[in-house]
Structure formats: C-alpha cells, structure tokens
Design a protein around this ligand. Sequence first.
Ligand code: MN
Length: 750
Amino acid sequence: MQNEALKLYDKTDEEEKKIILREYRGLLKALKQSLKKGDKAMLRHAFEMAVEAHKYMRRKSGEPYILHPLAVAKIVVEEIGLGVTSATCALLHDTVEDTEISLEDIEREFNKPIAKIIDGLTKISNVVDIKGDTTLQAENFRKILLTLVDDPRVILIKIADRLHNMRTLESMNREKQLKIASETTYIYSPLAHRLGLYEIKSEMEDLAMKYTQPDTYVEIAQNLKETRRDRTRYINEFIKPLKEILTANGLEFEIYGRPKAIHSIYNKMRTKGVTFEEVYDLFAIRIILKSPLDREKEDCWKAYSVVTDIYHPSTERLRDWISVPKGNGYEALHTTVMGPGGKWVEVQIRSDRMNEIAEKGLAAHWKYKEGAPNVQESKLDSFLQHLREILNNPDTDTIDFIQDFKLDLFTEEIYIYTPKGDMRVLPKGATALDFAFDIHSELGMKSIGAKVNYKLVPLSYKLHSGDQVEVITSSKQKPSEEWLQFLITAKAKSKVKSYLKEGKRRVAEQGKEILKAKLAQMHAHMSHFNLNEICAHYKKTSHQELYYAVATGGVDLKDLKNFTPHGEKLLQPNRDAKNDSKNLLNEGEALKNLPAKGESVILGDSNDKIVYKLAQCCQPIPGDNVFGFSTAGEGLTIHRTDCPNAAKLLANYGHRIIKTRWGKNKEISFLAGVRIIGLDDVGVIQKITNVISGDMKMNMRSLSIDSKDGIFEGAIMVYVHDREELSQLCAKLGELDGIQKIERLENTME
Ligand code: MN
C-alpha cells in the first residue's frame, strides 16, 4: 500500500510525501471505529484520485494542494463528527471545480450519492467570486440553503472547507483576506451556529475578527494572555469544593474552566460599553457528566443542586435547555452563581451526550437520534422543514428573505404553547400573528386576534416564553400591509408579502381600466407621455402605483379635467378626435410677431417675442431639426421634423408651417424623455438617478418605472440644454449594468 502511494509522489520532495502520508494516516485513524468493510478502499481511492488530480497544484502558502482536502476531511470527521462518505467527498471536494475530473468520473468511480454531494459542493463554491453585489450574494446564500435542505452534508463539508481556508488565511493577500473573512461572518458562522457547531462558529468569528479588526483582536488576545495565570488560580479555587461534593454524591464527571472566545468578549465590551477588565464572564465553568441516557437529566439537576449549595445563584440566570432544548438541538443547564471574591461565574452543566451535541451539532444529533429513537423529536428537522417551505415559495424576494432569515438565525428563542399544550419555538419578539403563521399559513392569513393566557390581545401582541396562545380567525379576514410592521418571522413575512404583491397587481389592473375610460371621456390617449404627466401630477412613482391609487381611491380623477401639465391646457388630445378645426389659428393674431416670409423664427433666444411651445408628441430640444406649426390661441407649436405627426402636418397644413431654428442660448433647458429598458435590479432607480443628478447634473422632472418578470421599463423626463447633452446622457445610462435599450422617448401610443 505504502509503496503504491509513494510512486505517486515521485516528482515531489521526500519530505512532502511524508507529510501527506502522515495526514492521510491521521484521517484513517480518526475514522477508525466507524470504518466498515470496503470503506478503507473507497477512502484510499478518493485519496489517490485527489492526489493525482491536484499533483501540480500548490496552495498560496507553497504547500502541496492535496494537504487542503486532507485537512478538510479531517475536520469533517474529527470536528463535525461525520463518517466515511463525507470524508471521501471532502477529499474530492475541489476536484471537479479545479481539475480535469468530471462529475461523471466521480459517479463511475464511486457512486451516485457521492457524486451528488460533490455536485452540490461545486455549485456553491463560486461564492468567493462575488464582488459586493448583494443580489448575487443573496442568491448564493439561497443556493447554499437549498443544498442544506437537500443534503445537510454538503453544507457541513462546505463549512469544514471554509474553516480550513480561514485557518490558512495568512498567506492570502489583504483584499482576499477581507473578502473571505466578511463572507464568513455574513454566511458561514451564522449557519454553523444554527446547525449547533458552536466551536466552529466561535473559531470562525475569532479568525474573521483577526483579519477585519486586527488591532482590537491582538489587544484582547494579549489581555487574555496576561490575565491567564490569575484566571487559572481563580478557576481552581472555584472548582475545588465542587469536585469534592460532586464526587461525594456519586457523580462521575469532568470539570474545567473555559475561556470565552475573543469575539464574544469583544461583543460584550461593545454592547455593554465596558472595558476588558469589566467583562465579568471571561470564562465559564463546564461540568460534563458521564451519565447513562435514562439518568442524565436527574444527574444534571443533582449537579445543579450541588453548585447552588456552595455558591449563591442569580435567580434571573437559570437556563433549562434540557427540558426544552434550543432550536439547534443544544441541551444543557446554565446558571450564574456568585463565586469567591464577589464575582459572577457562569456554570454549564451537561451530559457527555449533550456535550457532543454542543460541539458537533447537527451531525451528533443524528447519530444519537438513530441510536435512541426516544430522544426528543429533532428540532433541526422542523427547522429544515420550515426552510424548505420558505425556499419553495417562488415569490420570495431573495434579499428580503435573506435579511429576515438572518434575523431568524441570530435571535434568541421563546417557547409558546398551543391551546392543546403543544410547544412551538419562535424567535424572541414574535407576535401573536407570527405564532398563527407558524402553526399554519392559512391560519395566519385569517387571523383577527388572539387569546393569550385566556386574555384577548391584538395580532401585534408580543409573546413571552410560556404564553399559551389561541388564534381567533374570521373567514373574511385578509392580510394587510400593516401586518408587515409587526411580523418578525421570515416565513410569515414572506407569505404576507407575496399575498400583497399579487393582490396589488390585481387591484392595479382595475385601476388601469378606470383611468383608460376616464381619459377616453376626455378625448385623451392613454399614452406613455400622458401617463408620466399624470404620475408626476399625483406624485406616483410608477404607472402601477398610479393604477393602484386610482382603484383604491388614493387619487381623485375629478381634477384631471382641469389638469394642466406645465401651464398647458390638457393632455395630448386624442388624434382620432376630429377637433383640429377648432384649433385653427386666427391668422392675424398668430402672425403678428412672426418674422417676414422666408426668415426663420429663432428659438431659445432670451429676448423672444414669439410665443411658442414645444410639441408634446416629439418634445424637440435644441439640436433637433424643427419646424413651427401655428395653432389657435397658443401661438406656435414646435415639432421635430421626424415627429410622427410631421408628415401629416407638413402635407396638409403647409400654410401654417413656420421655419424655425435654434438660437445659441445655453441657459434654457428643455424637457426631453428617455425610455430605458433593462434587467430589473435592486437599486436600479438609484443608479439611474445617480447618473442624471450626480454625473450629468441635470434636473429630472419625473421618473417612472414599471417592472414585470425581471424586466423593467422606465420613462425619464429630464431637462436638457440640447440634443448633444441628451445623447451624452443616453450614452452614460447605457454604461450601467443590465441596461439593454435606451431611446429617446417618443410619445407613442400604448
Ligand atoms: Mn476547498
């Protein structure tokens, strides 16, 4: 066996071969008890395949690359507690991504389940390439969560991979360090926490802090080091009487003091505004009892009794996570007692089994679940079920979801009872309505109030641990916008949001019809231009908003009759309405100030004597080829020669056409429209307005955006000096990501 492996390394240095083999043997040793027949051969095969695949690759540190998958496999086994399948996958985790090996190869050489895990690992490995794009980041986070629901092993191996990368972050450049570190605190440490991997979560956060806040990190580490001797002395003094009495009570146990993680000390300093010296719980005392499953609860309470006989407990700080484990499966008794010298000391009491769950979380939980079916129905299973439900809702906005979900990950839990006495775990701050949604979405949708401990309360009532809640429903109830103000759980929020979105869309459809009818009555068209004018008038940001307001009575269409956009009489008349004759010019008046025949009217001169207006249908600006058209009572209307109406006007009313050209005036701004089409994206409005107001320093009159199925269409009305400026603007907007089309806005019919 050994010789065979050595052959593979004939190109590498003797030392390296030894190191690699030593690591591999270490992995085998860690797996030893769990190895069944054929397992060793499978692992060996994966090892050799990975060695071969990565043989020319080196890590940034200069080490042979294979040391990374080996280290990840070891973390997977030793620190997460997974078995040989996961170890095999860990060895192969970077092969499909980085080498010639394909998924088909993996499936052929191993089996389908292993190929599936590797596939999952490959899919989420691109996360590192995100460049501060929140949409992408959120999308990737969602992807990670999806694999979690599919097969939690994927995410556990990924966490091991990330942990090893964090441990070896030293050799990366500064930029990479920051990126990987922040991503770790954004995604991986909360997940590790949720999955009960406390040790790993703590280490990740400490390592991240080391790179993101190196000064503070070093300072606290230094302080811890300097105070270590005093602390050890204190811990020994604290433990001594406990040891004696616990032993006298016939308990088998281990007891030790454990320093808190640097980041958690830092968090205390920051949130409580105290100095390092003032953080009282720099360490916790742990009592791990060797008790059989049927006696562990009793033994834990016995130990609790011993501790509080010797040291006085703080009544507010008893946590019983044995009777009611945390959502991630954590079980223990925590108490804070007054130790020697008047210092508060936290004591954690748990059994061997509970300790393994505390350290290895999810994985350990499963192990025990299989062995002892009587152990509490897994809270993690219900967490995964819950996750599956939200992720399967196609309407969920990813960024919103991630925000809500991240809040869910971090908050403390409360325990609420149904009228029948079943217990539900909810995040702290949850309201009666959150509870209703937690039971069932349909129940949530129909809730009108609740009885908490037999007293009637509103839906917004904040629940407390131990409350018994009965939801009151009505078949007439519908979710409302208001609910979002007090809902805090991701599930409830996403249900209500998608309900409202759908409802709003339907209502808006009605509003659109109403508005159409109204405009028809006024002989005005439902044109993009008119809609923009009306939106601006009623201060609505999109056509959709306008329609919605029309349908719900948010705007009163009565005053639309008198509506005069920037001093002009009405919306563009319906071209089909044959009212042109009414508009015929009173010739004498119209020609009063016109120049002699053959001369051009010069537009945009500050000492203009000519009354003119710019046609709404084509909105000419300086630089455009234009002509004047005299209209009754309104003087001259200026059209672009490429105006859709130009041909008709020029052909039929030649005598009313006045030659015009632009003056050199740069002080007057003209209204122009731009239509912009692109991929819907968070912050698209922000980006567009940045270009207009920021880069171009232009004044914007209105901006309306409609989006559907991921595509948005916007109409921007902006004041420009001339055509050149407008094309500069279009060019600038065109440089934005995701913009597909930009054009001058013609007053086209919808
Ligand atoms: Mn890796």
